[in-house]
Write a protein that binds this ligand. Structure first.
Ligand SMILES: Nc1nc2c(c(=O)[nH]1)N[C@H]1C(S)=C(S)[C@@H](COP(=O)(O)OP(=O)(O)OC[C@H]3O[C@@H](n4cnc5c(=O)[nH]c(N)nc54)[C@H](O)[C@@H]3O)O[C@H]1N2
Ligand SMILES: Nc1nc2c(c(=O)[nH]1)N[C@H]1C(S)=C(S)[C@@H](COP(=O)(O)OP(=O)(O)OC[C@H]3O[C@@H](n4cnc5c(=O)[nH]c(N)nc54)[C@H](O)[C@@H]3O)O[C@H]1N2
Ligand code: SF4
Ligand SMILES: [Mo]
Length: 674
């Protein structure tokens, strides 16, 4: 929507970042320039506020290091030395190289590496932008497993979908468990609903190895040993059974496998769970009693909990809680992981265009996958050198001289330094997109507010031009952004009834066509049986860190307050506020290592290491050290980041990544102090 007021244009858009809140924003435009951006006060979830990061979005879009023109590498890989070329030169070179690779090695030699830089259904990962083009060439399939797949898989086994509570219904909860989620950092708009619940008497519990800013605000903080959440879930249910408050009618009518799960639960009394989780037995018992007697209990469990060896099983165990308590009966009861399971857009990637079956390459397995069989790596909306595991090996692989690397980017990231060709990408205020939040129930329209600077092109326009340059004749490669939007809305699903592109453009956002309050699963669970499946298999899978070894400390690397993944890692003010790479160490762990507060240290293991300033603080539990994701290697001392110590290894389900499940040692860097 664009409204003109006193010579200013107000354009409604949506935040594209990988954040559950998908805010509605209002951009003011004067003389073709964006002069202001604020959270839309009329949007029921945004409620007028953006966040510390996106408050700087316009500054970021106009930053001096923005990539504005196509570039060709002139120095060695990794040097970051480029010369400006024209789009025609870039498309010529790309066309010739892609053709030669397809002719000589087949399309599967191309890896289209799409990340989460934008979650747009038109320009980004949610609609798998570019996939039709890759299908025509027969490129390898890319599995975007970097973020949430272990939890998705665990929830799918139990509930048939990762979808659960509408986060707005937390206002109605009377007990709220914030489980492996740092609400005030990684999706703060939920807090308003939690505050409403609290005003009505709700009790708030945070379950997190770190006393985060969210845990600080909770009534109780349980500093759980990382990766042991499934055991805690079973222990809490053990207390519910002791109290005799399980919902037998719900269990009988809506679940399968209760007898086996019950046996398993009985193997996890609070004393045993205390040993596994490192939590006091009395705390487990008292939360169990509270859970047994408080309806509705709402559980907000997000991605932090599943970045572990047993992450999928952990989400599956958490999913058992509202089935045993019967919380799914009530608005404000249940589990909220992601609302994406409630979004039924028609994502038509046209896989029928593929010349035949193709292999699948896995996003978090970049180092392993980038072998000689890959001749072209095409990175878009991703910064793998910053984001993926085993950074040192990824760097080695990216340095391969025979690998043709194209990166579509807004900024000169660590990954860009290894590109042969860089293509300048638009930012959200400069292109059209359609979004669905994964933490709310609205579809959002993003109307471009200004013209792209320099020669930046959107993802869709880049692929249209490349297809034309290569003489590809498949008509659907040339669909316009508005046509793509129409196709997305044409799934025929009742939740989209009455939602049209025109309406979205006019209103900016529309709530999915579901009741309010939204209570999922009232018609049964979307599993094959229509019931929640407690399932078989282990009920608790221990973390890798429990296995021990030469490196004694468990490292967790969750969201940074000032960055969004590695996005904004180059914004000078946000970088300053982040205080640079840091590692938080408990006093009991600092003392024997001779670590002093404020000192430079090296965090390392067999895979590599990174440098960070030591912060000695008991907000981490003994045996656990904490840092964050988001820093850029080239802006960090030593040139590496947290992902240099993260192993390329899968979680138990869904091939999820294990970012919070790695063992390290921390040692002072002797020569330098800060
Ligand atoms: N400011 C900011 N916001 C973000 C992001 C960002 O980078 N910065 N990233 C966005 C993205 S991509 C995502 S996926 C989400 C992620 O956001 P979240 O879902 O919140 O996930 P994390 O930040 O990985 O971890 C959340 C919390 O889980 C805790 N945790 C780690 N291991 C365990 C465990 O074993 N058990 C329990 N109970 N807790 C554990 C961590 O200490 C952390 O406080 O946030 C999005 N929002
Ligand atoms: N250690 C550790 N590592 C982690 C995590 C963790 O918890 N710990 N979390 C993981 C998670 S949850 C995620 S989701 C991943 C994210 O990893 P990535 O998907 O690599 O996301 P970003 O690091 O934000 O990089 C996205 C890039 O896309 C660019 N971009 C944004 N919009 C566009 C666009 O429209 N077009 C193009 N061409 N480019 C665009 C941005 O400038 C940015 O450089 O990181 C993972 N890495
Ligand atoms: S990053 Fe999240 S909280 Fe910040 S503006 Fe975007 S959607 Fe909103
Ligand atoms: Mo993510």
């Amino acid at each position: 929507m664009a409204l003109r007021e006193r010579g200013e244009l107000r354009v409604l858009g949506a935040c594209p970042l990988d954040c559950p809140d998908t805010c509605s924003w209002v951009v003011t435009v004067k003389d073709g320039r964006a002069t202001g951006m604020r959270g839309n006060p009329e949007h029921p979830y945004t409620r007028g506020a953006l966040c510390v990061k996106v408050n700087r979005y316009l500054e970021h879009a106009a930053a001096p290091d923005r990539i504005l023109y196509p570039l060709r590498r002139v120095g060695p890989k990794g040097s970051g030395r480029f010369e400006r070329i024209t789009w025609d030169e870039a498309l010529d070179e790309i066309s010739v190289r892609l053709r030669a690779i397809v002719d000589e090695h087949g399309g599967e030699a191309i890896w289209p590496y799409l990340g989460t830089g934008t979650l747009g259904h038109i320009q980004g990962s949610e609609g798998v932008a570019g996939r039709r083009f890759w299908n025509v060439l027969g490129a390898s399939r890319h599995f975007l497993n970097i973020c949430s797949t272990a939890g998705n898989a665990g929830l799918r086994l139990a509930n048939g979908t990762p979808g659960g509570m509408d986060p707005e219904t937390f206002a109605l909860s009377r007990l709220i468990l914030l489980w492996g989620t740092n609400t005030l950092t990684s999706g703060h708009h939920l807090w308003r609903f939690i505050q409403e619940a609290r005003a009505a008497g709700a009790h708030i519990v945070a379950i997190d190895p770190i006393r985060t800013r969210t845990a600080e605000q909770a009534d109780v903080h349980l500093p759980i040993r990382p990766g042991t959440d499934a055991a805690l879930a079973l222990g809490l249910l053990n207390v519910v059974l002791s109290e005799g408050t399980q919902d037998d009618a719900f269990l009988a009518e809506h679940t399968n496998g209760w007898a086996d799960l019950r046996t398993e639960i009985l193997r996890y009394p609070p004393a045993r769970v205390a040993e596994i989780t490192g939590l006091p037995e009395a705390d487990i018992r008292s939360l169990g009693v509270r859970l047994a007697h408080t309806r509705p209990t709402g559980i907000r469990a997000t991605m932090g909990v599943q970045r572990h060896a047993g992450g999928g099983t952990a989400m599956r165990a958490i999913a058992a809680i509202p089935a045993v308590t019967g919380d799914w009966r009530h608005p404000g009861g249940g589990v909220a992981y992601s609302t994406s399971g409630h979004v039924h857009l028609n994502i038509d990637t046209r896989d029928d265009l593929l010349p035949g079956p193709v292999r699948r390459l896995t996003m978090t397995r970049l180092a392993e996958g980038l072998d000689e069989s890959v001749k072209c790596l095409w990175v878009y909306a991703a910064n793998p050198l910053g984001s993926t595991p085993d950074q040192n090996r990824v760097r080695e692989r990216l340095a391969r001289e025979d690998l043709f690397t194209v990166v579509m980017e807004q900024f000169p990231t660590d990954t860009v330094d290894y590109a042969d060709i860089v293509l300048p990408a638009t930012m959200q205020i400069e292109h059209t997109d359609l979004h669905a939040g994964y933490g709310h129930m609205y579809l959002m329209w993003n109307e471009p507010a200004v013209e792209p600077p320099g020669e930046c092109l959107s993802t869709t326009e880049t692929f249209r031009r490349l297809a034309r340059h290569m003489g590809l004749t498949e008509p659907s490669l040339y669909d316009s952004d508005l046509e793509l939007a129409e196709q997305l809305l044409a799934s025929g699903h009742p939740s989209l009834d009455g939602i049209t592109v025109d309406r979205l453009r006019k209103e900016g956002w529309v709530r999915l066509n579901v009741p309010r309050p939204f209570v999922p699963f009232t018609e049964g669970f979307p599993t094959a049986s229509g019931r929640l499946e407690f399932g078989s298999g282990p009920a608790y899978v221990p973390p890798r860190t429990a296995a021990g070894g030469p490196y004694p400390l468990a490292l967790v690397t969750p969201a940074s307050h000032t960055f969004l993944n590695t996005t904004f890692g180059n914004n000078p003010e946000l970088l300053r506020r982040s205080k640079g790479p840091r590692v938080v160490v408990h006093p009991d762990d600092a003392e024997p290592r001779g670590l002093r507060d404020g000192q430079r240290a090296r965090v390392f293991n067999a895979f590599g290491g990174f440098e960070a300033v030591v912060e000695i603080d008991d907000r981490v539990r003994p045996g656990v050290v904490a840092s964050t994701k988001g820093h850029w290697g080239k802006l960090s001392p030593g040139g590496s980041t947290v992902n240099a110590v993260v192993e390329e290894r899968d979680a138990d389900l869904g091939q999820g990544a294990v970012y919070h499940d790695n063992l390290v040692e921390v040692a002072p860097v002797m020569s330098e102090t800060t």
